[in-house]
Design a protein around this ligand. Structure first.
Ligand code: CAP
Ligand code: MG
Length: 413
């Protein structure tokens, strides 16, 4: 009989194998524990240990994780052997590295901060199909961010009103119409009618402007419904589907990714509910890790914040975006989307902080324009052009009245 105890999961001399998944956590130990005791329990409970000393007969595959680094600041690093995981199964991986440990009494607080994905595990997922190339390949956008707008109010517009808002925005210069996260298939605005009406309006807008336009329609639903809606988007000639990745769950995202590939559709990921995991910076799962998971599962665009501009709390947008652009064993990159309380006056600063390889998504800052959606869309495009050309928006506004009105309304902060 072999006793497996918590101490077996701590080894400060361990050097991670190249095939290990290495996770960094922030840990605040419970009052009666030091970091070594809490850290060994993190590795134990997230791999193959439990509270009791186990008596195991015969030899078993060694699937234990090892806590191999204890930092002064509560940061610990844990190495997980690859065999612990079912490759290509994101829910299973998360049930290990972000599972029971989140509620363990041995820790007062615990946050999964970062993961170093080994090649075999990372490439057991498909990754994105298109990533940042959508800017060039769908929109021929050159060196400017692509733009999206979400009709407001979020819900309540009839289908006809929604379609009209889309048409006004597209013809004003916006690339993408986007559904809001809580608009799917409600009685006041049915998915099917909205899909058909919007894509018909898109065609008219393309003809009128000579520019490519597209629609991020929200297919978030129970999996079979989501797939049916995705099929309909393809049948109607859409280029994208939009999904609320956290509320739909990673299994649903994985399934959607497969179906999207069958149709050649790109995936726009909204992250509603992410803040339940990542807002308290000493607990939960960081947005950085959620973004990594989303990339592995294969979304092409994802919301990553506005680098502290706008209305919402942000984790390190710049660092997350850099990870999404960077190499991950050859997986395609992801286009970050900046959204939440933006308006034209903030765009020079936004582009300064995040660069141009992004999607800029604006709701209230377009539809709240004093002259309405069409003028608001023009102001957005003018602000983008000014930012990319490096012209001060106040100067640009001298011969761009829509931008002038937006700056008068909201200023530049
Ligand atoms: C933005 C938005 C987006 C948020 C999501 C909203 O509208 O449509 O859902 O940006 O947050 O409903 O708030 P506004 P994040 O432009 O009117 O603010 O991008 O941080 O995930
Ligand atoms: Mg929204």
């Amino acid at each position: 009989m072999t006793g497996i105890t918590y101490e077996d999961f701590l080894d400060l001399s361990y050097e991670p194998d190249v095939e290990d998944l290495v996770c960094e956590f922030y840990v605040e130990p419970a009052a009666d524990m030091d970091l070594a005791a809490a850290g060994s329990r993190v590795a134990s409970e997230s791999s193959n240990g439990t509270w009791a000393e186990l008596q195991v007969e015969g030899s078993i595959t060694d699937l234990s994780a090892t806590t191999f680094e204890l930092g002064d600041d509560g940061r610990i690093r844990v190495a997980y052997p690859a065999e612990l995981f079912e490759f290509g199964n994101m829910p299973q991986i998360l049930s290990c590295i972000a599972g029971n440990i989140m509620g363990m009494k041995a820790v007062e607080r615990i946050r999964l901060l970062d993961c170093e994905w080994p090649e075999a595990l990372a490439t057991s997922f498909p990754g994105p199909q298109f990533g940042t190339s959508v800017r060039e390949e769908i929109f021929d956008a050159g060196d400017r961010p692509i733009t999206a707008t979400v009709p407001k109010p979020k819900v309540g517009l009839s289908t006809d009103q929604h379609v009209q808002v889309g048409y006004d925005a597209w013809t004003g210069g916006v690339d993408l119409l986007k559904d809001d996260e809580n608009l799917t298939d409600q009685s006041f605005n049915r998915f099917e009618d909205r899909l058909v009406g919007s894509l018909e309006a898109r065609d008219r807008a393309e003809e009128e402007t000579g520019e490519k336009k597209s629609y991020l329609i929200n297919v978030t639903a129970e999996t079979e419904d989501m797939l049916r809606r995705t099929d309909r988007v393809a049948e109607q000639g859409g280029e994208y589907v939009m999904v609320d990745v956290v509320t739909v769950g990673w299994a649903g995202v994985q399934t959607l990714r497969e179906r999207a590939e069958e149709h050649g559709l790109a995936i726009h990921a909204h992250r509603a509910m992410h803040a339940a995991f990542d807002r308290i910076d000493t607990h939960g799962v960081s947005m950085r890790v959620l973004a990594q998971i989303a990339r592995l599962c294969g979304v092409d665009q994802i919301h990553t914040g506005t680098a502290d501009l706008g209305k919402l709390e942000n984790e390190d947008t710049v660092g997350i975006n850099e990870w999404l652009y960077g190499d991950c064993h050859g997986l395609t990159d992801v286009l970050p989307t900046a959204s939440g309380g933006l308006h034209p006056g903030l765009l020079p600063e936004l582009v300064d902080r995040l660069g141009t390889n992004i999607c800029v998504q604006i709701g209230g800052g377009v539809h709240g324009h004093p002259d309405g959606t069409h003028a608001g869309a023009k102001a957005l495009r003018q602000a983008i052009d000014a930012a990319v050309e490096g012209v001060d928006p106040e100067t640009y506004a001298d011969d761009h009245p829509e931008l002038r009105a937006a700056l008068d309304q909201w200023g530049t902060e």
